[in-house]
Design a binder for this molecule. Structure first.
Ligand code: GLP
Length: 233
């Protein structure tokens, strides 16, 4: 893993943007995108750039089960407002949280990923080491699946909802196996509350207890962290 230390999230967003920019110059056409507060500075760089993304495809990691694009807390809504409304892509994929048959939606999503191999996968990390919504215990080689969110994830993400009871308890998430199919991984983490997860991801064993540790098995991973997130390395 290549580790890039940055001063703050603003500088991290610029670094990640540079990686995307040079990837596009070298032929990247499919971006794997993430939600959460971490990639917001990257999306700001993308919005303010003069890059035309209209020939590109994006594939998002996950979506809350039960939420659709009109729900303000959905990841589809987040992506539209953070990026796609300003910078249209040719096609943007986010799992359909309102799918009548979520299992079929998962299978369909893996077909989408196989049809559009991801060139650059953007990732954040949960405080418990999750990537996408692959919580501890998730298989390290799994495909897209309906997953249960842990108490700690619900607790972390409740800030986006009026009350904790409103946070969905399930999601559709690309599996760790689906994520690792991407050619290049760019994981960003800022703040002290990510320090344990970053330490376990980089220096710990590859284990289902720390889903992000599976990145040790990928040959092209860039980790962008500030000093606080890297304080336990
Ligand atoms: C959510 C998302 C993850 C994200 C994580 C961290 O649970 N499913 O993709 O990495 O939260 O979020 P934040 O960047 O807000 O800390």
């Amino acid at each position: 893993m290549e580790i890039i230390r940055v001063k703050n999230a603003e500088e991290g967003g610029k670094k990640a943007f540079e990686i995307i920019q040079s990837g596009i110059e070298n032929g990247a056409t499919v971006l794997g995108l993430a939600t959460g507060s971490t990639p917001e500075t990257l999306y700001k760089e993308m919005r303010e750039s003069d890059i035309d993304f209209s020939g590109m495809v994006s594939i998002n990691l996950d979506e809350y089960l039960g939420l659709g694009g009109n729900d303000a807390q959905s990841y589809r809504h987040f992506m539209n407002t953070q990026l796609f409304d300003t910078k249209p892509f040719k096609e943007t994929f986010v799992p359909n949280g309102k799918a009548e048959n979520p299992e079929a939606e998962c299978k369909h999503y893996d077909e989408i990923i196989d049809a559009h191999p991801i060139d650059i996968q953007i990732l954040g990390i949960g405080t418990n080491g999750h990537i996408g919504f692959n919580e501890p215990g998730a298989p390290l080689d799994g495909g897209t699946a309906v997953v249960d969110l842990t108490e700690s994830t619900i607790e972390s993400n409740k800030r986006y909802f009026d009350k904790v009871e409103d946070v969905p308890t399930k999601a559709i998430s690309m599996g760790i196996g689906s994520i690792l199919k991407g050619k290049k991984m760019v994981l960003m983490a800022y703040g002290e509350n990510k320090a344990d997860a970053i330490q376990a991801m980089i220096n710990g064993a590859v284990t289902t207890h720390v889903p992000a540790s599976a990145l040790q098995n990928h040959s092209d991973v860039v980790v962008i962290i500030d000093d606080a997130a890297g304080s336990k390395l």
